[in-house]
Design a protein. Structure first.
Length: 251
């Protein structure tokens, strides 16, 4: 039985392949937990595919009062259904989504806004976006990174969260060590030592053993300590997923 705060991330990898059994791997998305989320993996590892379904479940969990924003630097085909939504921010507008969310956090911090419904910003291709900004407008890039870091460090108790998606989360894009503030880390695809060692202690990397992850398979690290092996399912009802996301980005 899945409780109302539980959000499905995928199915247990070992049970799926070992016994052909579908055992849900869920996380508890209630406010007391740190649900700042990092999704990474190499190109083609299934990040955007997972992001769509994870985002839909986060929208459903947050309920009618929650507010979501979507920043899509690449304007990926995976998110083409979102293009007409008012809170969808493509390419060079991604920092505007961050500004909106940062402003809400600030108002909550100073007591001007006492509401605590969830505010979630998904940001696909975050790292590529930062590198591009660093090349064109260094000041802007630094301001963006500063705001992201602040949300990662202070957002939880104010119900403000980020879902950051990128290939390799280099420390350069997360000043003052804010990369350590993700309560949920998902790495899909091949177990590249370089990404694993950025995000996991050696003892946990060893637990991966000889598992060979393909597209849509990998690990989820919960609150820095609990390691799960996951298989992201193919969606049976893609139209429903799209409708949930469109509705949440519009209402
Ligand atoms: N869980 C899954 N099961 C089966 N196929 C999948 C799964 N996830 C992704 N795929 C397929 O793999 C391909 C690549 O997926 P996706 O675009 O999500 O990768 P990505 O990591 O976002 O890549 P990029 O970094 O280039 O944006 C897609 O064609 C998608 O349909
Ligand atoms: Mg992608």
């Amino acid at each position: 039985m899945i409780s109302s705060d539980e959000v499905l991330v995928g199915y247990d990898y070992d049970a799926w392949y070992g016994y052909k059994e579908k055992i849900p791997v869920c996380l508890d998305a209630s406010i007391q937990n740190n649900t700042q989320t990092l999704i990474c993996g190499m190109s083609g590892s299934g990040k955007s595919y997972l992001t769509n379904q994870y985002f839909a479940r986060i929208c459903l969990h947050g309920g009618i009062d929650s507010k979501v924003y979507f920043a899509d630097f690449k304007q990926d085909d995976s998110f083409s259904h979102l293009r007409e939504c008012p809170r969808y921010y493509p390419y060079d507008r991604t920092p505007d989504a961050l500004d909106e969310v940062y402003e809400i956090m600030h108002k909550r911090q100073c007591g001007e806004d006492t509401s605590r419904h969830f505010v979630t910003l998904v940001w696909d291709e975050y790292m590529a976006n930062i590198l591009s900004l660093l090349g064109t407008d260094k000041k802007k890039a630094e301001s963006v990174m500063h705001k992201v870091s602040e949300i990662l460090m202070l957002g939880r108790s104010l119900s403000i969260r980020l879902i950051i998606v990128c290939q390799r989360p280099d420390a350069q894009a997360f000043p003052t060590g804010s990369r350590l503030n993700f309560g949920i880390i998902i790495i899909v695809g091949a177990a590249l030592e370089s990404i694993y060692s950025m995000l996991m202690p050696k003892e946990l990397i060893e637990k991966v053993g000889n598992r060979e992850f393909h597209t849509g398979e990998g690990i989820m690290l919960w609150q820095g300590s609990e390691l799960h092996f996951i298989k992201v399912p193919l969606l049976r009802n893609e139209e429903r997923m799209k409708a949930i996301c469109i509705d949440a980005l519009t209402r």
